[in-house]
Design a protein around this ligand. Sequence first.
Ligand code: GLP
Length: 240
Amino acid sequence: MKRITFDTADQAAAAAAAMVREAINGGITTLGLATGGTMLPLYAHLRADGGPDMRALRCFNLDEYVGLPPDHPASYQHYMNEALFRHLNHPPREAHLPDGGAPDAQAEALRYRALVQSAGGIDLQLLGLGRNGHIAFNEPGSGRDTRTRVVTLAEETRAANARFFDRIEDVPQQAITMGVSTIMKARRCLLLVTGAAKADALAQLTDGPIEAAFPASFLREHKDVTLIADAEAAARLEAA
Ligand code: GLP
């Protein structure tokens, strides 16, 4: 895993956005997008001046809450529209997320799995890190062979994400997420981790055991991951 550390979270986000731009300009055709607070400054940098020309791209988000239709203000579809898509002069030709409002979530997960497969997988996958070691919504216990599916969210994840909702009771219990194996098949991953609250998790990712109890640890077995972190998140890393 390549590691690049910056003094501030904004510098880290700017560098990550520059890397995404470079990949887009270099001709990737599928881009995996992530959500969460960490990605907001990345998207702010990426959309500057109308953003890169994304017309050749098919975008696939990692996950979506079950029970939130696309127009719900806390849905990841809404997040993506507001953080990125609506600001782009040349938006992607396709931008997909699982449909959180689908009447049958299991069927929707299978549809989304097939869609990503039919696109030939992901050229560049953006990733954030959950404090409990989740990537996308692959919570602790998610094995290396997990595929796109419906998952039950950990209580700590619901609590961490409650800030995007009016009340914690409003945070859905379930989500549709790409699996660990889907993420591991991405040709390249860009992991952005910022803030002191992630320092323990990042140290465990890089130096702890590789195991389902901490799904992000599997990224150490991926052949092309770039970790971009700020000084706060990297505070407990052993020297690279
Ligand atoms: C969320 C998302 C993840 C994200 C992570 C970290 O629940 N499903 O894709 O990477 O948790 O979120 P944040 O950046 O808000 O800390």
